[in-house]
Design a protein around this ligand. Structure first.
Ligand SMILES: Cc1cc2nc3c(=O)[nH]c(=O)nc-3n(C[C@H](O)[C@H](O)[C@H](O)COP(=O)(O)OP(=O)(O)OC[C@H]3O[C@@H](n4cnc5c(N)ncnc54)[C@H](O)[C@@H]3O)c2cc1C
Ligand SMILES: *[C@@H]1O[C@H](CO)[C@@H](O)[C@H](O)[C@H]1NC(C)=O
Ligand SMILES: *[C@@H]1O[C@H](CO)[C@@H](O)[C@H](O)[C@H]1NC(C)=O
Length: 503
């Protein structure tokens, strides 16, 4: 008797439970509208991945105050275009690679010119055209440091590449720390707290190698020295690998391509504030939405969204989005950014400035610098246009080239007269380029509120096109899983082990 009563009761509760589960699933309608703030590579790839996840019915608006592309941008000089911001892509940057392929764009392979590293007086390191001479010099001056560096970067990349597998299997992460931890464990997260200098010293690299080779790589890629955090430091060293590439016609074409492919609507405007609004629904419940306010040519506009992705750095100096009436309050969350000035000069470089008195065979075309306080440049390198030009346009043998100079401050006329024997065209682009990296580094949150996500949190670990794309995919997955309550796809431990069985 007792048993027979218990069985139907159990059944009933099972049925009730599954009914409730079904009801929750059904109640959770898809979002109606998603706003993405910023149409750089982060924002446009976010729109692309959000479309893949949420399907065709959601309206996606990308609100952009400037140009599509953001920090991917070209300058025009004498009819040719050159990359002025993010320029170089690593061969293992799989999201960038896939975008280019799917959008029907072409890669442009960057052939590295001969490298010299200048310390303010002379070259501490100079590549020759002869491979054997280079090898001999590397070993003579730095022992096995170069070889070990190569292996060290390989090891880092192996771990880094795990993220693509996690994302393929729909796994997402709610903080930048947990994303990095899933890639490379404690080793990766610990790197946020120490400088690349310390990281490499601990791994047994010589101080001379760090000063002569590593610091210059940090200066050219991030405008800062070997005191940057160990994670961005490693990313920067990977940026010295071979096989680097860019997008033919300009890297920003990826952004406009993704924008188009995502079927998102581009809205011209500057977002000024975001506020949560609770609204009644027809069924008598309430729904909470985000009211996004943005300034346009025609005045301010208010729009309501279910989800907001902020794909621009939230720093007081350059982006004053106000989060109104949130409790606890949401503040501008990133640390200050670092200024880098890119100056394009068409002219003849002054070899004697680089310690090579006339007449001088000056064959290097990429000059990096050591951390020498008197130097007013971080690097100078000859650049080629984003589209191949016909031979007749460039005088091939000539030593008159277009040079790109990176410096922390704008160059004065006096600086230019020192760097160049003669020049006839100058174009300057001033960037708030990437974070000022000062470990120990605390990552800003990715989840700013229930439905507000911060894509550029990841930049505080390392700023690069691919990092923004990885963060974009992560946020598309994360916001989807949170919307539908699929907690099993968020912040899972031991993914390496778990995915071993799934092929
Ligand atoms: C000089 C330089 C060299 C670099 N070199 C490389 C490199 O070789 N390789 C590499 O991988 N990376 C490089 N980087 C870094 C790379 O460019 C960035 O990490 C990447 O482009 C960031 O993209 P994002 O979309 O996240 O941000 P952004 O490109 O900054 O996009 C943010 C967008 O949001 C818009 N916006 C901001 N606030 C608002 C608002 N309130 N309302 C509406 N719109 C707003 C901005 O106008 C901008 O278009 C370099 C950067 C610089 C500056
Ligand atoms: C890094 O430093 C922060 C404090 O700045 C600390 O909270 C965190 O636990 C440290 N992380 C590691 C892995 O040491
Ligand atoms: C070139 O560099 C040398 C050495 O710094 C400097 O004396 C000279 O004025 C520079 N300019 C030209 C045009 O040679």
């Amino acid at each position: 008797m007792q048993i027979s009563a218990a069985v139907p009761l159990m059944f009933l509760s099972v049925i009730l439970c599954s009914l409730r589960a079904a009801a929750v699933q059904e109640l959770r309608h898809p979002p109606n509208r998603i706003a993405v703030v910023g149409a750089g590579i982060g924002g446009t790839s976010a729109a692309y991945f959000l479309r893949q996840k949420f399907g065709n019915h959601v309206q996606i608006d990308i609100i952009e105050k400037g140009e599509v592309g953001g920090r991917l941008s070209t300058v025009e000089m004498e009819g040719n275009h050159y990359e002025a911001g993010g320029a170089v892509i690593h061969p293992l940057n799989l999201h960038m690679k896939t975008f280019v392929k799917e959008l029907g764009l072409s890669p442009r392979h960057l052939d590295a010119g001969l490298l010299g590293i200048y310390n303010g007086e002379e070259f501490v390191f100079q590549q020759s055209e002869w491979l054997l001479i280079n090898l001999f010099k590397m070993i003579w001056n730095y022992g096995l440091n170069f070889l070990r560096m190569y292996m060290w970067v390989e090891d880092m990349l192996d771990k880094f590449m795990r993220i693509y597998r996690y994302q393929t299997f729909d796994y997402s992460f709610s903080t930048t720390e947990s994303l990095l931890h899933a890639m490379g464990g404690d080793d990766f997260t610990a790197r946020l707290n120490v400088t690349i200098d310390e990281t490499l010293q601990k791994s047994g690299f010589s101080q001379k190698f760090i000063d002569d080779i590593v610091a210059p790589a940090m200066r050219v890629n991030y405008g800062q020295d070997a005191k940057v955090n160990g994670f961005v430091g490693a990313v920067s060293l990977a940026g010295c690998d071979s096989g680097l590439w860019a997008v033919e016609g300009g890297n920003k074409l990826v952004c406009s391509g993704l924008l188009y492919a995502s079927k998102a609507q581009l809205v011209k405007g500057t977002v000024t504030s975001i506020e949560e609004k609770v609204r009644p629904t027809k069924s008598g419940t309430t729904v909470s939405l985000y009211e996004v306010k943005y300034e346009t040519d025609k005045g301010p506009i208010l729009d309501m969204y279910d989800i907001v992705v902020i794909a621009a750095p939230l720093i007081k100096e350059i982006n004053n989005i106000k989060f109104l009436n949130f409790d606890p309050p949401i503040e501008a969350v990133s640390k200050p950014y670092h200024q880098t000035v890119a100056t394009f000069v068409h002219g003849r470089i002054n070899a004697s400035f680089f310690g090579c008195p006339k007449p001088c065979q000056f064959s290097v075309s990429e000059i990096l610098t050591t951390n020498e306080p008197t130097l007013f440049i971080n690097s100078i390198g000859s650049v080629s246009p984003v589209k191949p030009v016909t031979e007749s346009v460039i005088s091939k043998a000539s030593d008159i080239k277009v040079w790109k100079v990176f410096s922390p401050e704008p160059l004065t006329d006096e600086h230019l007269r020192l760097l160049f024997e003669s020049y006839h065209a100058v174009i300057v682009r001033n960037w708030m380029a990437y974070p000022k990296y000062t470990p120990p580094e605390k990552m800003p949150p990715i989840i700013l509120h229930r439905g507000i996500y911060y894509l550029n949190s990841i930049e505080m670990a390392a700023s690069a096109m691919e990092m923004s794309a990885i963060s974009a995919k992560n946020i598309a997955l994360l916001s989807y899983h949170r919307w539908y309550g699929k907690d099993g796809q968020i912040d899972q431990e031991n993914l390496v082990e778990r995915l071993k069985s799934e092929l």
